[in-house]
Design a protein around this ligand. Sequence first.
Ligand code: NAD
Ligand code: MG
Length: 392
Amino acid sequence: MAVQRITLLGATGSIGASTLDVVARHPDRYQVFALTAHSRVDELACLCRIHSPEVAVVATASDALRLQTLLQGQSITVLHGPEALCQVAASAETDTVMAAIVGAAGLLPTLAAVKAGKRILLANKEALVMSGALFMREVARSGSALLPIDSEHNAIFQCLPGNFSRGLAQVGVERLLLTASGGPFRNWTIEQMQRATPEQAVNHPKWSMGRKISVDSATLMNKGLELIEACWLFGTTPDHVQVVVHPESIVHSLVQYVDGSTLAQLGNPDMRTPIALGLAWPDRVSAGVSALELFTTGSLNFEAPDEVRFPCLRLARDAMRAGGTAPAVLNAANEVAVQAFLDGRLRFTDIPVLIERTLTELPMMAADELSTILAADRAARAHASRLLPVSV
Ligand code: NAD
Ligand code: MG
């Protein structure tokens, strides 16, 4: 068995940490080629000492200088900037790319890996949301193996037959059921949510994740982005994807077939399971995750999402139906709104308001070209930023 050489985009993040944990359990199978980080240079230096990549990438020239100093005596090439991210993603020295940068910043390096035909472990859902048609066209062209890491999509992938790319209807699938924990505000009133603080929003009941995706989970925009992600990954439409709130986060998603069967994937909520599956597929390797104990798990509950209290789900579904640049605009406006909320500049309940205004006030275009998608992203960021209140 050849050793898989891995580029880990976003090594200092939550997915980055889980990936390195699984990789380190199987030194006979996996070797780290490159690690990248944005600004947490000390953390990256620490990871480099443990995992000895050949290349490390940071954001700026001064960060690179600092990292070089911290890594003196080690033969690690230090690079910086967005071009370097694309370079390590597409390098002939790497087989597998874990796309775990958060947000739109992950788009170009992930696409570079796709174009180079790498095995893609896709955690960075924003890249696919922004550029769905183009992204999937490039996957088909290059023959990249695209393995979903988002736990829900990983679950669906496991519940589908291997030949699902023929078309879901062709393999007897009626619909996909996407589970959602409901986030920390599942039972909060709108009035309570108006006063929600960033600390309350990032305090997810079941998953430990980065701050941006934690806020997305609280607004349910995470599930909206995942609905769009599911449509592209599995070649379906929003009408064939149902969101189901499941507070225990044990059933990671389900697939319903025309014959009355519903297949589900279950497990403890730990991202190392989908990461291990992506790394080893079609094999399975241990991930350090304990087996589910059904006697202690107890009961599993399912309920419909409340789209009045959580309008982001509707906004995402409508953006997917509208098509073109609408999902890229939705994503960009959401990134601006979430950052403003985390900075104390926007109320939690105004996140969907800002996104909806950006979507209605900007013209939408066909999204066939990368340049159009990037321009829509920039325009939406500028527009959403102009709409921000001066203070709250
Ligand atoms: P995180 O905030 O913990 O980590 C983000 C990583 O991206 C860091 O390494 C950071 O250095 C890097 N980064 C941030 N901005 C960058 C930029 N401009 N340029 C280059 N690198 C940059 O985030 P996370 O929770 O690990 O999530 C990463 C991605 O995985 C997100 O797209 C998220 O939606 C997705 N995801 C995460 C989870 C989870 O459990 N954490 C689950 C499913 C999907
Ligand atoms: Mg998910």
